[in-house]
Write a protein that binds this ligand. Structure first.
Ligand code: UDP
Length: 232
């Protein structure tokens, strides 16, 4: 049985609107999740929060508190995406890394695994539950906790490059790159803490852009799009 962890960043949630929700993008994601479920793939999704606010955007207050506000953004995204899955007749459950009594259940590995085995899409919010991290690390952490075989990261960029391709037209694009190369070259496509965690546990990460047609479906079905980050 394949068990996939998929991260939808806040940027992806808002699509062209740059704030809030873009239902067109989200309904398209729902359709692609349906196809994965049909293939008997177990699907879990971790939501980012950048479509509302990131801790680093509120430098006026203590970082600890700013990051808590950032984590709450991910909770709003989870509630909304669960509703869209429901409208698309997809069963889902929603778990938070911290207590949100009366709104979202607290993460529990056993409950999440039962859901996955029953074909329920499991949504995760709250990242790691700790300030000073981002949801890139949260998604690797949850994937390890749930024994996922792979992590799909839908980003605004289509692959890993050795420089910003918007600024440097001759930036090198990677189909495959090792954890060490990312760490040594200090490439910022994902948080380096998430790369270290993935490296320590030999968990493969797959980065691609949601702007490519059927990107999630293609990545889930093993097509070579974007960049694979692995041990070699
Ligand atoms: N955040 C945090 N700890 C975590 C995950 C997230 O403090 O484990 C906060 C942090 O402020 C971050 C915000 O929540 O900026 C939203 O997460 P992220 O920036 O990863 O969202 P994305 O860019 O993927 O939409």
């Amino acid at each position: 049985m394949r068990r996939i962890m998929f991260k939808i960043s806040g940027e992806a949630m808002s699509g062209e609107k740059e704030f809030g929700f873009d239902d067109k993008v989200l309904n398209d994601i729902c359709e692609q999740i349906k196809l994965a479920l049909k293939e008997k793939i177990e699907v879990s999704v971790l939501l980012g929060g950048g479509n509302f606010i990131r801790g680093r955007d509120i430098a006026e207050i203590d970082k600890y508190r700013a990051d808590q506000i950032g984590m709450l953004s991910t909770v709003m995204n989870g509630i909304y995406f669960k509703e869209l899955l429901k409208q698309n007749n997809i069963k889902s459950s929603l778990y938070s890394s911290f207590k949100c009594d009366g709104i979202v259940d607290l993460f529990d590995k056993d409950n999440a695994e039962v859901d996955l085995k029953n074909g329920v899409v499991v949504l995760f919010v709250g990242g790691t539950g700790h300030p000073y991290f981002t949801t890139d690390t949260g998604v690797v952490l949850r994937a390890l906790e749930l024994d996922c075989t792979e992590v799909l990261l839908a980003k605004s960029i289509d692959a890993v490059y050795d420089d910003d391709p918007k600024i440097n037209k001759s930036a090198k694009r990677y189909d495959k790159i090792t954890y060490d190369e990312i760490l040594n070259k200090n490439l910022k496509v994902v948080d380096l803490s998430s790369i270290t965690l993935a490296k320590d546990n030999n968990l493969k990460l797959h980065i691609f852009s949601l702007n490519e047609k059927d990107a999630i479906k293609r990545a889930m079905l093993g097509e070579k799009i974007g960049t694979i980050i692995c041990g070699g």
